[in-house]
Design a protein around this ligand. Sequence first.
Ligand SMILES: NC(=O)c1ccc[n+]([C@@H]2O[C@H](COP(=O)([O-])OP(=O)(O)OC[C@H]3O[C@@H](n4cnc5c(N)ncnc54)[C@H](OP(=O)(O)O)[C@@H]3O)[C@@H](O)[C@H]2O)c1
Length: 294
Amino acid sequence: MVTSSIYQKRVWFITGSSKGLGRALAETVLERGETVVLTARNPEQIKDLAASFPEHTLAVQLDVTKPEEVREAVKQAITNFGRIDVLVNNAGYGVLGAIEEVRNEEVRRQFETNFFAVLEVLRTVLPHMRQQRSGHILNISSVGGFVSYAGTGIYNGTKFAIEGISEALAQEVTPLGIKITIVEPGAFRTNFVTRSLVITDIQINDYEKVIGAMRKDARDILDMKLEFNEPGDPKKAALAMIKAVDSDNPPLRLVLGEDAISAINAKLDSVKAELDAWTEVSVDTTFDEVVLAK
Ligand SMILES: NC(=O)c1ccc[n+]([C@@H]2O[C@H](COP(=O)([O-])OP(=O)(O)OC[C@H]3O[C@@H](n4cnc5c(N)ncnc54)[C@H](OP(=O)(O)O)[C@@H]3O)[C@@H](O)[C@H]2O)c1
């Protein structure tokens, strides 16, 4: 499956390498002898990793919401290594609150980081991959990029948007030798719930029944009154992502975790059941004179 010469030379560019899934992936890739452009808002957080693998890393400051930093980071990667083989759009965070409770500014901030920044990084790296006629882009979505949940709808919106552009992008760039994989993790034990979740300050009583328990649990976890042991192991997520990149036939969607698999299966079943139940109404919307090919 793996061509060792390519494998030795591969250059990865990972956003949000400071902690969580991004860091686990960077460490695992480096342990395998590959090269990583480590990026973080605060480069202090990646200094240790860069020092452990000085010949195989470049540590760059990158807040993905700053286009000038995106341009500079990609430029440095190309200047140093001459190529980017694997781009991992990983940096992200979540907002917890009902659709009506999340302030406009917070909605926009959430889309800036989880969607527009990914688009910016993609569009900055793609010209190099097109020139190479090779490359693999992993867009870290979520099980929540396929299934939406009460209380995280704005976050889900950002991840659904990522899935939407990724599907189209895959069709556009596959003929150019570039592969796209959407990664859909379930719950993984990172800093996501403790450090990367913003709980809205607006609370509308009518929504308490539906999302009150979720909000309370999130607060209790932050206050260390509740221990939350996510089942997913970031190291194993890293190995699964590497397996997809090593594959000659990588998936468009890589689902990570049993919890994610069962949530996605449940959604597929319910979409299919609803599609079947309403098919007659759906097809009865065509002009009478139009005969569609079966
Ligand atoms: N953990 C899960 O259960 C889970 C499930 C599904 C999807 N995901 C997705 O996985 C990705 C990584 O999350 P995680 O679980 O590893 O959480 P994490 O441990 O909290 O890590 C989040 C990473 O994103 C970085 N980041 C956030 N905003 C940034 C920005 N503007 N510029 C650059 N970096 C930024 C953080 O950097 P700082 O150190 O500077 O904050 C950190 O490195 C996210 O896209 C998340 O939506 C996670």
